[in-house]
Design a protein around this ligand. Structure first.
Ligand code: SF4
Length: 359
């Protein structure tokens, strides 16, 4: 039997296998899955087409999900952030970002969920709150899929776009990431198409190759934030392990295997990575990989000293990219007023509990 005891951490095949071992017919797995993902029941007692003794047996062995909602906060720009407690008392967060207009200016029904993949993070990117208290642990598959179910339940909205850009480095939790994506993508599961699932990485070159080798056409975003090693190292310690040339080679491999080209995320930080020289180097890198670029003005993080550049500098940086025929956008950061940069709400909660414990 699989070790996972949370239904939302199992694929349909794994649940079928478990139920066969319990002496039940395979079709019971389809019935349970129908209740969990279509009817959204959270209790085995409510699965009315299962025999009573099976409902009792299942409720002794499994739980359906394992996240406890703690807090939510809404920003003025319609993003909403949810904080969840895990079975070991740790916290994670998810942010829903409703799009009101699409790139053509038409109304869009896109509901994006920014999902966490780890508790804390070991990679210590200098603009990010998630790494401030270091890494605690990987999320289990059920703790990843559970974020979608829990936010849909609380928001009463159907998520149709998922970005792994919350707390943690998703590619450092590759096994559970890919397992959860199977469930998120499956028709019997959350039914979200692979091209509506984006994994964002700080640049783990070997894992980028592994993502390229897996069959699903999910999208990849890379946090670049510097177009030369000296600048990128100031922002992203991972660059010492996988310098820009290694990263580019892994992305060339990715391009050779995938239809969708990669997107670079580039946070503009005043006086650090916003020079014209960096813009030109960035254009060269993006052009060689036919990559798109999202420029994001720096979002202030409590405890960090950097500032966002003036609008004039932001626009000048964008114009250099566009003149070099790069597909680039300058993003208006959503969720600025609810601390939507990854890890900030959870960090506050954990620190306030630590303060309570000390006083
Ligand atoms: S940006 Fe991502 S990889 Fe970097 S510290 Fe934050 S969570 Fe970790």
């Amino acid at each position: 039997m699989t070790s996972g005891k949370i239904i939302t951490g199992l694929t349909k095949e794994e649940l079928e296998h478990d139920l066969l071992e319990l002496g039940e017919p395979k079709y019971r797995a389809s019935q349970v899955i129908e209740w969990v993902y279509n009817q959204r029941v959270t209790n085995f007692k409510d699965m009315s087409n299962l025999p009573d003794d099976l409902r009792e047996k299942l409720s002794k062995i499994y739980r359906i999900t394992d996240l406890t909602p703690v807090q939510d906060s809404r920003s003025n720009d319609t993003t909403k952030k949810y904080l969840y407690q895990l079975h070991d008392g740790r916290y994670i967060e998810s942010v829903i970002i409703p799009a009101t207009t699409n790139v053509n200016g038409n109304r869009s029904s896109r509901q994006t969920l920014c999902v966490s993949s780890q508790v804390g993070c070991a990679y210590g990117c200098k603009f990010c709150a998630s790494g401030l208290d270091g890494f605690t642990r990987n999320l289990e598959t059920s703790e990843i899929t559970g974020q979608l179910l829990a936010v849909e339940e609380e928001s009463k909205k159907k998520i149709n776009n998922v970005v792994f850009m919350g707390m943690g480095e998703p590619l450092a939790n590759l096994k559970n990431l890919m397992h959860s994506i199977k469930i998120i993508n499956a028709d019997w599961g959350l039914g979200i198409g692979a091209r509506h699932i984006t994994v964002s990485t700080s640049g783990l070159a070997p894992e980028i190759r592994k993502i390229a080798d897996q069959p699903l056409q999910i999208r990849l975003a890379v946090s670049l934030h510097g177009a030369s090693d000296d600048v990128r190292e100031k922002i992203m310690p991972i660059n010492k392990k996988y310098p820009i040339n290694d990263l580019i080679e892994s992305l060339q491999y990715y391009n050779s295997k995938k239809k969708h080209k990669v997107t670079f995320e580039y946070i503009l930080i005043e006086g650090i990575n916003d020079s014209e020289e960096q813009a030109k180097s960035l254009a060269n890198i993006a052009s060689s990989l036919r990559a798109k670029i999202n420029l994001i003005p720096y979002n202030k993080v409590e405890g960090l000293h950097w500032e966002r550049p003036s609008e004039k500098i932001q626009k000048n940086f964008l114009n250099i990219l566009i003149k070099n025929k790069i597909q680039a956008t300058l993003r208006k950061e959503k969720g600025h007023d609810i601390e939507a940069a990854c890890g900030q709400l959870r960090l506050k909660k954990e620190r306030s509990e630590m303060t309570k414990a000390v006083t």
